[in-house]
Design a protein around this ligand. Structure first.
Ligand SMILES: [Zn+2]
Length: 91
C-alpha cells in the first residue's frame, strides 16, 4: 500500500490510540471488502476468493494465482487471523 507511509504521520502514540478507528473497521462486512493479492496484484471482493475450509478454520486463496491471502483458524489458544499474502483490505 503506497497510500500512506510512516513519514506522512504527524505523531506517534501506542496502538490503544487507534482503538476507535480499528473498531470501526473490524465490525464492517468483510466479505464485501476489496482485498489485493500481494503476489499478483489482483483485487477483488473477499467473498469472491476461493475458500478451502478445514475443521479448525479456513484458507482463502486468490482466484487468479492461487496465492494464500487469508488464513483464519480457531484453536484452543485463540482465534488467529493472518493476511500475509494480501497487500490491503479496502472497505
Ligand atoms: Zn494473486
Amino acid at each position: 500500500m503506497d497510500a500512506m507511509s510512516a513519514n506522512d504521520l504527524d505523531c506517534v502514540l501506542d496502538g490503544n490510540a487507534a482503538a476507535g478507528l480499528l473498531q470501526e473497521i473490524f465490525v464492517l462486512e468483510i466479505t464485501a471488502a476489496q482485498i489485493q493479492c500481494d503476489a499478483c496484484g489482483f483485487a477483488g471482493a473477499v467473498g469472491s476468493l476461493r475458500l478451502y475450509a478445514a475443521p479448525m478454520g479456513a484458507v482463502l486463496r486468490c482466484t487468479h494465482c492461487d496465492g494464500m491471502l487469508v488464513r483464519a483458524v480457531h484453536t484452543p489458544h485463540g482465534r488467529w487471523f493472518e493476511m500475509t499474502g494480501a497487500r490491503h483490505l479496502r472497505f
